[in-house]
Every structure is written in structure tokens, then in C-alpha cells.
Design a binder for this molecule. Sequence first.
Ligand code: SF4
Length: 323
Amino acid sequence: MFSEVLDLSGSRHALPDLSKFICSRLGNTGRLHSDIHCAKSLGESILRQLSEERSATGGLRLSQSGACIKQLAYQYHHEVPNGMQIGAASKIAFTIGDITEAILVSALAECFDNPSIQLSGALTFAGKDQETVYMEVDCGQAGSGRVARIPGHPDGTMMVFSPDNATMYECILEVKSMSDYGYRKFVNSGLSSDDSYYSQVQSYMHCKGLKWAYLVAYNKSAGARDAEILDDGTWQPVPALKGQWIPYDHEHVLQTKDKFRSVINSRSPEDIQRPHSSNRKGQLAFPCDYCSYYKTCFPLCSEEVSESKWLTKSTKIKVIAGE
Ligand code: SF4
């Protein structure tokens, strides 16, 4: 369960397909034994969702490394949110996401701990031991010493080894839920540098001085009978999890630092140009339609409801009786 991965210089590395190890563990019955997430800490993460403020006010965070620069400026300057609301549906989604992430991380930790599984390495700074890392962004004139420290919380740090155990890789672990569309795109073409998760893991690698990150994703609206039809006409179930090794990209980190610097040095959100516009139909598309400030950013916008004329397209496994 290893595959060959290229870094940005084109060098080849044999790295484990961790999502397959996790799937294999979850496919077995038996209680998870990892103490990274005990039943108590899982329960606490559920209760925290009901008290935690996930409003868009407050400080910048590394999880926002790929966010719209103007959205960050609204947040940084404490603009009152006026757009997409965080309500009960979002809370339920966040809670389910936290629990799923905890279970996936625990399953991976157990794969490392189990001598009968051929996976050398270790998982640290995960679950209750999750650490805070900081990106330092120089915000003043050269030598002024004015530095912003932007915090982030990677899901974990791992040590993994090449198949012959000759090379050790220390890397970031990040677990993400994705929409059905986003997940199928990720399964088929992987993460690109335009994806916000790419920026986020780059920032984490930078803070920890690491050269690799592994992002494992799951489809938050997956059904057990979801399938995909391949180019040759055959089909296969959509994998429950998919992972990708991502090498460190220093140029990308410099762009992220520039973005945070521009936000911090702005006098108001109006100093920052709006980087997105409406689509050909005059509608706001992602990320604007999920933004907490779209009514401020597009003051003439209005909301309307329309029914889709088409049934949602889906690809499901059907069972033919054959009699
Ligand atoms: S509405 Fe769009 S352009 Fe405006 S702040 Fe939000 S994401 Fe950025």
C-alpha cells in the first residue's frame, strides 16, 4: 500500500497510501483502542460545538490561508457579518465533521501502533495533544520588528517511513470533509494550488519546517451505494476515503504571507479590491455565496429561491435480481 509521489523538483518518493490503511481498519469490527480520542474527549468535542463561536469576527487563522482576501479584511476589521449565516444546519455539519475527523485520526493512530499492520511510523500532536503553530508575518518596514503571529491547528504530525525503512518523512496530517462534487473532483484530479486546503497545509508545513503533508478527505454526503463509471465503461464504488501527499511549496507560502500582510496593513476592507465577481448569469458563485459578508461586499445583491428543473444526477449501485 505504497505509491510513488513526486516532489516539486521531480524527485520520486515512495510514500504509504494512508487512506487505504484507515479504510482497512474501519472495515474491521472491533473497538478503536487509540487513546488519542477516548469516548470522553469525543463527547467533549460534540459539546464544544454548542458553545464555540464560529462567527467570522476575531483574529486571522491559518485555516483561512486560502480564503478570499477581502473576506479576511472584513473579518480583521470587525465588520458585522452580513451574508451567509451560521445556523443549526452548519452546527450539525461541524459536529459531524469533528467526530468523523476524530475517528479517522484514531484509526490511523491505531494502524501505526499495530505491529501486525505493515505501517512503520507514529502519529503525534493529534486529538487531545493537538498543538498550536504560528506563522510569523513581517508587517512593517524592513527592520521595524513589527511581526504578526497567525495561529493554526494542524490535525496531527506524523513520521512515516519508505518501504525499506531507509528514509523517514516527518509530515503534517490534515483531515477534511468535502461536498459530493468536491470529493469526486478530488478523487479524480487531486488538490491543486488553487484549492484553499492546499494553502492551509502549506502554511502548516511552513510553521513546522516540514516538507510533506498528507491530506485525507471523505465525502460528507456519501452514500454506501455511490459508484462511479470509469472511462472504459466499467464501474467501481466511490472510495470512502481518499488521500494525497502534498510537497512543500515555498512560493505559495510567500503568496499567503503577502495576503495576510496586505490585510493587516489595510486601514479598512475598502482598501482591498474585490477579487471575485458574479458569474455569467449574474449570480454569486463559490466562495461568495458561502461568504459571511456578501451583502456588504455586493450591496445591490438580493436573494431569491428557484427550483432546479433537473433531478440531481447521481451514480448508484443497483442490484439486479438475475432470475
Ligand atoms: S463576497 Fe466574495 S469577493 Fe466579497 S468578501 Fe466574500 S468571498 Fe470575497
